[in-house]
Write a new protein. Sequence first.
Length: 238
Amino acid sequence: MERLDKFLCDSGVGSRSQVKPILKAGRVTVDGIVIRDGAVKVDPGKQTVCLDGSPLGGKQRLVVMMNKPEGFVTATEDREERTVMELLPSELRCQDLKPVGRLDKATEGLLLFTNDGDLLHRLISPKKEVPKVYYARHEGAATQEDVEAFASGMVLRDGTKCLPAVLEAIGPGESLVTVCEGKYHQVRRMMAARGMHVSYLERRKEGPLTLDGLPRGQVRMLSEAEIQELEGNTGNMP
Ligand code: URA
C-alpha cells in the first residue's frame, strides 16, 4: 500500500504540489470512486487508479541525463552547498531519482540519475566496467610514459589501486582520460600523480552516452532504447 499522492507522482502526473489541485478537482478515481485526499492508501497491484478516466501505470523506470555545471555537489542533500538535485525540474524531484556515481563540485558534464536501484548499482560497479571519458585541461603534457602508467593500473600515493585506464593527449595541456571506476577525485589524482595538475574537468561520455549538445545545467530523459543500450554496455575499454 502506498499514498495516493506518491503513486500519482511516481506515475509522472506531477510533483506533490502539482498533484494536490488535480486531486482537489476530482480528476482522480480509485476503482471508479473519486478520491480527493492524497493521504489515502492505495494498492496499485489490486486497484485501478485513473486520471481523467485513463489508468495510470505507477512507478516507471527513469534514467535522466544532466549536463552538470560546476558549483554543485553530487548529493541528494547538503547543509551548505547547492546540490545537483536542485537542477532537476520540479516534476522530476519526487521521482526518487538518485545520482549515478559522483562528479566533484568543480567538475562539469554528463551525470546520470535513476530511480532504479539495480541499474544504479550495475552502472557504478567497477566489475561492469562502464567506461567514462573525461576531458581534462592540465599543467604539462602527457608523455608516452604517462600513457603507459595509466594503462598498467596506477597506485596512488595513499595506496589506492586504480584499474587500467586510457590517457590520450589531444593537445598541449589537454587530454582525454577513460576510466571504468569512480574513486574519489580519481582523474584529478591520477593526473596529479603524473605531475599534471588538472585545472578543468568535464565528463563527456558514459558507456554509449554522450552529452550530444545538451546545454549546461539542462536535463533530458533517456528513451527505453537508450536505457537498454546502457544496460547492455558492460564496457570493454577502447
Ligand atoms: N574524477 C575526478 O577527479 N573528478 C570527478 O568529478 C570525476 C572523476
